[in-house]
Design a binder for this molecule. Structure first.
Ligand code: FAD
Ligand code: MLT
Ligand code: ZN
Length: 462
């Protein structure tokens, strides 16, 4: 079998670099969770340390070869897709904890470490890294940083951005930048760390990160609430938020729950209800537990809640959470087209009503699974591809509806991507959230970090 001469030159430039152009690896590492593009990378490289990453980038800069930084490939926007002869740079082998600082309460890690491994490392020191979501076992910290990942605890702790004390970045010329230096205070000019967070690998490869840790949250109570209509959702949110310190407020529809149950989840109710909320709040003492019941009763009396379950144990709480967190896997076989949109919490009621009216009309023949981090103003709208419908027809219709949705987001001051990133999927709609002037500035920033345009080209914007 002949090998691409560029790979011989890469081997010479980076001795000892693990490299593969095996068809199985190209297929595996060329795609993420979107499963919409045919993987076609040049090869996969697995650097082992920062020096190797720098050497690969310098070589790519010289040879003008496009690179795709790659973490756990759980991304939902196509950011880690390699479908155009790129070299995938998998950070998988750089997956260690490098140190813990008990005074600063930080954990220094390599980018390929899984989110769950970070949770475990923090717990070993009696602390938590509070960013959390369903892909915890397979997504990487590097990917979390590159997408500014959110998840189920944002309402309490914020996005990934809030927890990155410092990061080491290799830019498009192979330069190593220490951004942030883990200082609490640092007013010394532009914060390059925050440019790299959420840049989806277009400004540099994250090769090390210093993560802030915090105290574990107080004991919590988990409830699953059944709601009679979509319209009362924000009223229930207001009622619980007014009385309690929320740790999570997550929403799902009956259809989402039905898919999870078909996938092995347990429905705690005897009858089906149209909408559900998983709410979790501090319940340190009897007074806080009573406040939880009072919020529940207030909503029940107002007719906003028609049924509810309170978890009596950790195992029950996990069972309730599975109903919400299990949706992504349960619907994965339909290769859903995902909208991941956000508006200000205050704009949520008006936006929800408009979005429901639009999507009800726009997708009369498709199953649409709604869920999301409603307490953060973030809604996930998953359009399931009907069996037998060809990809082109399905994607055309989804693109048309996304145009309409983007218009609605413009009206309500929202974002076309709340937490999954722009990648390839949302690239055509970036201008619904960012002005022309902003996009022009972003282009300039990208060129400053990566003058040859080798870092994840074609992602976010062309
Ligand atoms: P990848 O998919 O490998 O890459 C994502 C992007 O980051 C790509 O653009 C890639 O080029 C870039 N990248 C990866 N590593 C690096 C690096 N070291 N340096 C620079 N760039 C890099 N997301 C949420 O925000 N909230 C959720 O609640 C959530 N839940 C999920 C649940 C499930 C079941 C699944 C499958 C996904 C979920 N996601 C969620 C989406 C996904 O897990 C996140 O976007 C995650 O941050 C991606 O991490 P990754 O390591 O898999 O990144
Ligand atoms: C979630 O909130 O579960 C994730 O963002 C995953 C998804 O949207 O499918
Ligand atoms: Zn989400």
């Amino acid at each position: 079998m002949t090998t691409d001469p560029r790979l011989d030159s890469l081997r010479q430039a980076v001795p000892g670099l693990r490299l593969s152009a095996e068809p199985g690896d190209l297929e595996h590492y060329g795609r993420d969770w979107t499963r919409r593009w045919t993987p076609a990378p040049l090869a996969i490289a697995w650097p082992e340390d920062i020096a190797q990453v720098q050497a690969v980038v310098r070589w790519a800069h010289e040879a003008r070869v496009a690179l795709v930084p790659s973490g756990g490939r759980t991304g939902l926007s196509g950011g880690a897709v390699a479908a155009n002869g790129e070299l995938v740079v998998s950070l998988e082998r750089m997956n260690r904890v490098l140190g813990f600082d008990p005074v600063d309460r930080t954990l220094t890690v390599q980018p390929g470490i899984a989110l769950q491994a970070v949770h475990e490392a923090a717990a070993a020191h009696g602390l938590v890294y509070p960013v959390d979501f369903g892909a915890r076992g397979s997504c990487s910290i590097g990917g979390n940083i590159a997408t500014n990942a959110g998840g189920i605890r944002v309402i309490r702790y914020g996005n990934t951005r809030e927890w990155i004390a410092g990061l080491t970045l290799v830019t498009g010329t192979g330069e190593r930048i220490e951004a942030g230096r883990a200082l609490v205070k640092n007013s010394s000019g532009y914060d390059l760390r925050h440019l790299a967070i959420g840049a989806e690998g277009t400004l540099g490869i994250v090769v090390e990160a210093v993560l802030r840790l915090t105290d574990p949250p107080p004991p919590a109570q988990t409830m699953l609430l059944a709601l009679p209509s979509f319209e009362v959702l924000m009223q229930v949110f207001d009622a619980f938020r007014a009385r309690l310190r929320l740790q999570a407020f997550e929403f799902l529809t009956d259809l989402g729950l039905a898919h999870v149950v078909a996938h092995g989840g347990t429905d705690p109710f005897d009858i089906r209800h149209p909408y559900y909320v998983v709410v979790e709040f501090d319940a340190v003492d009897e007074a806080q537990q009573a406040a939880g019941l009072a919020a529940f009763e207030q909503c029940a009396e107002a007719g906003w809640i028609v049924d509810g379950v309170i978890a009596q144990s950790q195992a029950q709480s996990e069972q309730l959470w599975r109903l919400r967190e299990g949706i992504t896997e349960a619907v994965a076989r339909y290769r859903p087209y995902k909208n991941d949109v956000s508006v200000r919490i205050g704009a949520m009621p008006a936006f929800l009503a408009a979005a429901q009216a639009l999507l009800g009309e726009a997708y009369p023949d498709f199953e649409v699974v709604w869920f999301g981090h409603i307490g953060d103003g973030n809604l996930h709208i998953n359009v399931l591809q009907p069996d037998g419908l060809d990809d082109d027809t399905f994607m055309r219709q989804c693109a048309h509806v996304t145009e309409l949705l983007a218009g609605l987001l413009r009206e309500h001051g929202g974002s076309i991507s709340a937490e999954h990133g722009i990648g390839l999927v949302k690239k055509p709609y970036l201008d619904s959230t960012r002005s022309a002037a902003e996009i022009a500035l972003m282009r300039g920033i990208r060129t400053a970090f990566d003058p040859a345009g080798i870092l994840n080209p074609g992602k976010v914007f062309d």
